[in-house]
Design a protein around this ligand. Structure first.
Ligand SMILES: CSCCC(=O)C(=O)COP(=O)(O)O
Ligand SMILES: [Zn+2]
Length: 213
């Protein structure tokens, strides 16, 4: 099988798994996987589609500037430039962007400080943070409507081969060396966000209960 077909199949499977988690609400989300370096080419989801559905035109091949390679009936994701930044600046092979309620609420809660920090959580090992006192810092950037501006802001945080950036009240983009790793990073982030929200809720409940008695 050609590299293109192999990567296409890989991305199709990741898309199906994320769809099963219901992480593509309201046509949100976009996924990309690198096919080759030099010149850079990667597959990216077509814009504006319901990513829960499987069609013959779910992905298209784009170049390092995010322009389609060859003729196609579909448009690349509106946010393709963010994926371009990842592949230009790192050795990542796959990048995934989803909007979830948990990632949006976390981005709003911690947006003013520009980051959310996790420590003492087993799942930060997904980012290769093995030390007992290690911290995981996930940057939170402003959701510029102008995509080149959003991509330029995002670019300054795309400097490791695996990572994640929250876009405030928008979603998360996570990446890794291949599809397996990018999905692992994304899932670990979503776990940590849900944990943090549950913890804050539990603490608020305890505080409220103490004031009732
Ligand atoms: C309706 S979601 C707004 C656009 C967005 O943030 C997104 O993730 C999906 O855009 P795409 O062009 O990739 O379909
Ligand atoms: Zn988005």
């Amino acid at each position: 099988m050609s590299v293109l077909l192999t990567r296409h199949h890989e991305l199709m499977e990741i898309k199906a798994e994320l769809a099963e988690r219901d992480w593509f609400m309201g046509t949100s989300g976009n996924l990309a996987i690198k096919v080759q370096n030099d010149p850079l080419q990667f597959l990216v989801t077509a814009s504006g589609k319901d990513k829960r559905k499987k069609t013959n035109e779910d992905f298209l091949l784009v170049d390092g500037d995010g322009n389609p390679v060859g003729s196609t009936n579909v448009k690349p994701s509106f946010e393709t430039l963010l994926h371009c930044e990842i592949y230009k600046r790192t050795d990542a092979g796959c990048s995934l962007h989803v909007h979830t309620v948990a990632n949006n609420v976390i981005s709003e809660l911690y947006g003013d400080v520009g980051k959310v920090v996790f420590q003492g959580q087993e799942l930060i090992k997904a980012f290769d943070r093995w030390d007992e006192n290690a911290e995981l810092i996930i940057p939170i950037i402003r959701n510029y409507a102008d995509i080149p501006r959003l991509a330029a802001t995002f670019a300054s945080f795309a400097n490791e081969n695996k990572g994640a950036v929250l876009i405030r009240n928008h979603g998360i983009t996570a990446w890794g060396k291949d599809g397996f790793e990018a999905k692992k990073i994304l899932e670990a982030c979503e776990f940590l966000f849900q944990y943090q929200l549950s913890l804050l809720q539990a603490k608020a409940g305890l505080y409220g209960a103490r004031h009732l008695t």
